[in-house]
Design a protein around this ligand. Structure first.
Ligand SMILES: [Mg+2]
Length: 336
């Protein structure tokens, strides 16, 4: 059935049945003029929002409705994680063509709630509209934390720069999806990179854990690429960042894809975006304990990739020979 036959009220009832339910902290959710929420007393409220637009952020050729829903939630979870916070309440706005099948919208919410459920996030409201073009999704996510949020402006000279997890899988996945032919690689490698691109997993537990460590000074999630995102920390903190390219934790699957498609694995890792890993700076004396502590708490590795110093804000990438390398910038909207 097409959504135009169901109508907006019917669609909202359907969504409410799917994502509604009793959740702690939600006094009134979907169905009233505004949601009524009870934050934890004394906690900071964190708020973030992200637009996901067809043919800008995804293509329907490669991303199904459940993938779109998953990613729209995951990118917001990642932003709350990057502050060190816990995600709690989501508002979801969806515009799609009126000839969209209702089952596709069901799948969209299935993907979205599958990403949100492990973190106890409740969908408490939103909006729906017919779109004259493709799909447009906007998720607003509220989170909270009791300690000090980790800001981009917190990096200090002498800090080490560290990355949680591995880099390059999402950019490798995008390259595979856009290649138009199936690269000659094992299915598990292709799956790994495609999943990383279509269904990124936000580092929520890792961000929360890092948010409780005094030695963690600044944090950001890697959405636009290491070069761009570390650049934000350098700019906001007024410091220089130096990254040793030989230290980058390039995923094995990304290396395999790079080799077959003739791409530079370091470029996938340093410039390719949407890994949704966390990057943080930490006091040097605390860094080893933070790395081993996070690994034993969550099973996810931490790699030290460089250091912060006083100097002109910017990021230098240094290769194996000690030379500065231009890896270019990551993705930027409104960039002519
Ligand atoms: Mg971010």
């Amino acid at each position: 059935m097409r959504v135009q036959r169901l109508g907006e009220r019917g669609l909202i009832q359907r969504i409410r049945r799917r994502v509604g339910g009793v959740t702690p902290g939600v006094s009134a959710g979907i169905g009233d003029d505004a949601a009524v929420l009870q934050p934890t007393p004394g906690a900071w409220l964190l708020a973030t929002t992200d637009l996901v637009i067809e043919d800008v952020h995804f293509r329907r050729r490669s991303a199904g409705p459940a993938d779109i829903g998953w990613k729209a939630m995951a990118v917001n979870l990642s932003d709350i994680a990057a502050m060190g916070g816990a995600p709690r309440f989501a508002l979801v706005a969806l515009a799609c063509p009126e000839e969209t099948e209702v089952e596709e919208i069901d799948l969209f919410y299935e993907g979205l709630t599958a990403a949100a459920a492990p973190h106890g996030v409740a969908v408490v409201g939103g909006d729906t509209a017919a779109s004259p073009g493709g799909w447009i999704v906007n998720v607003t996510l509220l989170g909270e934390m009791t300690g000090a949020p980790r800001l981009r402006s917190g990096a200090r000279p002498g800090d080490v720069i560290a990355v949680v997890g591995t880099l390059g899988r999402s950019a490798a996945g995008l390259a595979v999806l856009e290649a138009g032919r199936r690269p000659n690689l094992p299915a598990d490698v292709l799956d790994d990179v495609a999943q990383a691109h279509l269904r990124p997993v936000a580092r929520v537990a890792e961000g929360k854990w890092l948010g409780t460590r005094d030695g963690v000074h600044a944090m950001i999630d890697l959405s636009d690429g290491l070069a761009t995102d570390l650049g934000h920390i350098a700019t906001e903190s007024g410091v220089a960042a130096r990254v040793d390219l030989t230290c980058l934790p390039v995923a094995a699957s990304a290396r395999a894809v790079a080799e077959v498609l003739g791409l530079d694995p370091l470029e996938l890792a340093a410039r390719g975006g949407e890994d949704y890993e966390l990057l943080f700076t930490a006091q040097r004396s605390a860094a080893e304990a933070i790395a081993t502590g996070l690994r034993s708490a969550t099973g996810v590795p931490v790699t030290l990739i460089g250091e912060i110093s006083a100097g002109n804000p910017g990021v230098d990438f240094i290769d194996a020979a000690g030379r500065a390398v231009d890896v270019g910038q990551g993705y930027e909207h409104f960039h002519g």
